[in-house]
Write a protein that binds this ligand. Structure first.
Ligand SMILES: [Zn+2]
Length: 360
């Protein structure tokens, strides 16, 4: 899950539509084509038969995916945010990459923006995920803090966008806002269709699949972003899909959402990621990167976050007071200005974990 998306969705949407107008779009063949294709995903070839898929902004997709084309079938890592977004991804894979049917789906973790497309796949497809993902999908995930905080306010965002459209006198701004409004309204409609579908094949530690001329390893490295994050590792291609367990982009960090995290355990789990023999990290948000140092930086952030939250709680501050007080400004250079201020949901999560460890 992308942090702060909730607060900045309007800007993100406007930004996306503007960016699309001017930026080159790289198509599946790796060739740059000018202007928007109007398609919701853009594919980037990372290795033979391995494609990074990311949203273009014409539809709410929210998270990245990985497409793995094998001898007689296709594999998909993460299923996007809604059934509609997943159907669009599958259709575009068929149009642009391969007619081979998707036989395997892997979920990096249980969060809505990576797994709420699962329901478009029937039981003829192996939907593989950590047993924690299945357990969470069988609870009321739609009602929980994370889904509610990112999805529940969509009507409020739509109302806000309409008001800004009514107020603006700038034609270019209005066009951008109207495009963003269309995307958000379509997303709100798509969300109504969601019925979480849990993985139908689960594992707890490691699973290795040799199919269609490809080796795919699934690794649970310990609790982190959630209680069941899975690394999808392609040893021959030296590519690892990390979901939200580790996010980044070349040259700069991307902060993961901490609202369901095991913040105190996460740095040690990240240490185990370094033991995998990869060159390229494909994150759930951000873009593929090679800089391992970003893992060190994120470990430092997490340790500092946990230390500050623990100290402030021990001093008797409420989670809200701690959110105001925490100082993460030294991470702004790496993660952007917003990172200087703690996310209230992350502090609440730290307090939940501390309450279990040190009740008071
Ligand atoms: Zn997530």
């Amino acid at each position: 899950m992308r942090p702060y998306f909730f607060a900045t969705m309007v800007l993100v949407m406007v930004g996306a539509s503007y960016a699309l107008g001017g930026r080159d779009v790289v198509d599946a063949a790796g060739q740059a084509s000018a202007a928007p294709s109007g398609k919701p995903y853009r594919f980037e070839k990372l290795a033979e038969g391995v494609y990074f898929a990311t949203g273009t902004g014409v539809m709410t997709t929210m998270s990245n995916a990985l497409v793995i084309v094998n001898a007689d079938h296709t594999m998909l890592v993460d299923t996007s945010v809604t059934p509609a977004a997943a159907r669009a991804l599958v259709a575009q894979v068929k149009d642009e990459l391969t007619p081979k049917p998707i036989k395997y789906v892997f979920n990096s973790h249980y969060h809505f923006d990576h797994a709420h497309g699962n329901q478009i796949f029937g039981d003829d497809v192996e939907i593989v995920g950590h047993e924690y993902i299945r357990r969470m999908h069988l609870t009321n995930v739609l009602q929980q803090r994370t889904n509610r905080s990112f999805t529940g306010n969509l009507p409020g965002q739509i109302a806000q966008m309409k008001q800004r459209i009514a107020e603006t006198t700038d034609a270019k701004e209005r066009a951008g806002l109207e495009a963003g409004l269309g995307v958000t309204e379509a997303h709100w409609k798509a969300v109504q269709e969601v019925v979480p579908k849990p993985p139908n094949v689960t594992f707890t530690d490691t699973m290795v699949i040799h199919k269609g001329g490809r080796e795919v390893q699934l690794h649970f490295l310990g609790r982190g972003h959630t209680g069941g994050d899975t690394m999808v590792f392609l040893p021959a291609e030296r590519i690892v899909f990390t979901g939200d367990f580790f996010e980044g982009r070349p040259g700069g960090g991307v902060l993961s959402y901490l609202g369901d995290a095991f913040i105190d355990e996460w740095p040690a789990s990240l240490e185990r990621l370094k033991a995998l023999d990869f060159d390229v990290i494909v994150p759930g948000h951000g873009t593929p990167l090679r800089e391992r140092k970003q893992i060190d930086d994120f470990q430092s952030y997490l340790r500092d976050f946990w230390r500050q939250a623990s100290e402030l709680r021990a001093q008797g501050l409420t989670a809200q007071q701690a959110t105001e007080r925490m100082d993460l400004s030294k991470y702004a250079a790496q993660y952007g200005a917003r990172a200087g201020r703690a996310d209230a949901r992350a502090v609440l999560r730290a307090y939940e974990l501390l309450q279990i460890q040190m009740p008071m």
